[in-house]
Design a binder for this molecule. Structure first.
Ligand SMILES: [Zn+2]
Length: 252
């Protein structure tokens, strides 16, 4: 059994017994892990107040080789998510960040750059960053790192370039825009304005030197954008994300 150390973001805390809980966290070096935190629910437990939803911690855990839960042995608080005390939208966006990380990633599949992007988004939400802009930036960055980015330029059916039209068909099931031929017979097709596709393209770019959103989202089009992105994630994951219903405010 190896003892491992990493920086981690806490995604989920579930009570396990009167004194213990199971903590799901995204670690920078080992990907998502679930670990038993013995004594974490006691007032003067070994983790003090480090185990808190969205907290950034330095953790030490014992990795169990079998299907058994890993065992959390230390958690030292680095930074707490403080948006809750001042802004409900920021709090919900933080919950959504945790939900996305939890739903999109597999256990023990590390993506250090995705972790860094999550911390970047976390910091913006915890500070003064525009919520809608930073959420979209993280969504597109996550899709890019995990290989799920939709095709915004070429037809998802045949690969040919898409010609401009007032509304361009986007196939939610097909995973990208569609040419007139490939659009025929497709279900779940949304007509998207070219300006919206341009925004999504801009936010999907891999700009490793600019580790932040490329621009602030304009007010016009946020609703259309949110509808499309929510639908795409619901299809990708096979169900609607729980926090989407609380993020309606990002559409305005
Ligand atoms: Zn086509």
């Amino acid at each position: 059994m190896a003892t491992e150390k990493s920086l981690a973001m806490i995604l989920r805390v579930v009570d396990f017994s009167e004194s213990s809980c199971v903590v799901t966290m995204m670690t920078r070096d080992f990907g998502k892990i679930s670990a038993l935190a013995k004594g974490a629910r006691r007032p003067k437990g070994p983790f003090e107040s480090a185990i808190d939803l969205l907290a950034l911690c330095r953790v030490v855990f014992i990795h169990k080789p079998s299907d058994a839960l890993d065992l959390l042995t230390e958690a030292k608080l680095e930074r707490r998510f403080r948006a809750a005390s001042r802004d409900l939208t920021r709090l919900y966006a933080g919950f959504y960040l945790a939900e996305l990380l939890n739903e999109l990633t597999d256990e023990a599949d590390p993506h250090p750059e995705l972790f860094d992007a999550a911390v970047r988004c976390w910091t913006a939400l915890n500070g003064e960053g525009d919520v809608g802009t930073n959420v979209l930036w993280f969504e597109m960055t996550a899709l890019r790192h995990l290989g799920h980015l939709p095709l915004w330029d070429v037809c998802a059916g045949c690969g040919q370039s898409i010609t401009l039209a007032p509304r361009i068909p986007f196939g939610v099931l097909a995973g990208g825009v569609l040419c007139p031929q490939c659009r025929v017979g497709q279900r779940q097709v949304v007509g998207v304005r070219p300006e919206i596709l341009q925004l999504l393209r801009t936010f999907s770019r891999d700009e490793t030197n600019e580790f932040e959103p490329p621009m602030t989202l304009p007010a016009d089009g946020r609703g259309e954008l949110r509808g499309l992105v929510n639908q795409f994630f619901a299809n990708l994951l096979g169900r609607r994300l729980r926090m989407h219903q609380y993020l309606g405010v990002l559409a305005s």
